[in-house]
Design a protein around this ligand. Sequence first.
Ligand code: PLP
Length: 357
Amino acid sequence: MINFTPGPSQLYFTVSDHIKKALKEGVPSLSHRSKEFEKLYDSAVSGLHELLGLPADYFIVFTGSATEIWERSLQNLVSDRSLHFVNGAFSKRYFEIATQLDKRPSKIEAKAGEGFASASIDSSYELIALTHNETSTGVSLSLPFINSFKGKQSESLVIVDAVSSLPHVDLDFSKIDSAFFSIQKGFGLPAGLGVWMANERCLAKAKQLASKKGAIGSYHSLPSLYSFYTKRQTPETPNVLAIYLLGKVVEDLLRRGIHTIRKETTYKAVLLYKTLEDHPLIKPFVSNASDRSETVIVADCGNHTKALTEFLTVRGFAPGEGYGEFKERHLRFANFPAHSKEQYECLADALQSFEGH
Ligand SMILES: *Cc1c(COP(=O)(O)O)cnc(C)c1O
């Protein structure tokens, strides 16, 4: 069975061998204060730097999940005002957490399945929070849109939730200040680790907030995560196995080549959208082609959702359910490095041959 759910998604095909090797080498019981741990932390972060083309002033720290980074980023980068672009359940959740933390957030909203018109905003926001890939509906923000905030809003920090689009999306990290993901989506790993990339402006802001208020997080704060990062350690006992596996899969992706992976992802996305567009019974949910995500492809199946799910399942494809209010009508198809070209070609053939009940 091939898992097309966006997350947890299909494991990258090398993961089970890496787990076996990790058990043999005693990785799961490695002390997080040992030289061996520092080495595997370093291998994961230097691999990510290379894979994603991170500038030298970015550092990488680990949390429990991306959900934790939603909270930590607001605690560490905002004293008072954040701005959120909201066009689905995940971007909305980020906004709600800001409300819970009393950050007086503002939001600019688009309808589900739609992107944003280019926004002119005032410069009073400390943090602009963008969700590159709205996993609930399959809408992506364009890179020119993401890159349009820095410079104009030189005081604001820009953070990008790229949980369901990395490593595919080729972010220009000089045009933003921070980005993050969790590993059970595009990296094809078991869940249990958030990866937070941030530059020195973020660190300076967090230190400034800490000196004023002190309440930027006691379990994890950016300054403490950073100071442990410089030793390639973590404040707490972390998910050592996940950090090890991330380093190994990043090595595998580097060997395959990020350009090849990105080209293949685009090829698979084009194939699936074409199949949906040509289909008499189902269609792409996102109607504007330039808003369509390449990594989470959402099909509007109308009242064929249940029949199509069964049809695909008996053929070995497990589609992702529609999210929230769209459960009855949508199916979602993750398009990650773990999903091969051949699997996508077979999936497209299967969809083509679906004739309803
Ligand atoms: C899945 C997801 C998250 C949350 O990730 P967790 O690992 O469950 O914390 C956040 N943002 C986006 C866009 C997601 O797809």
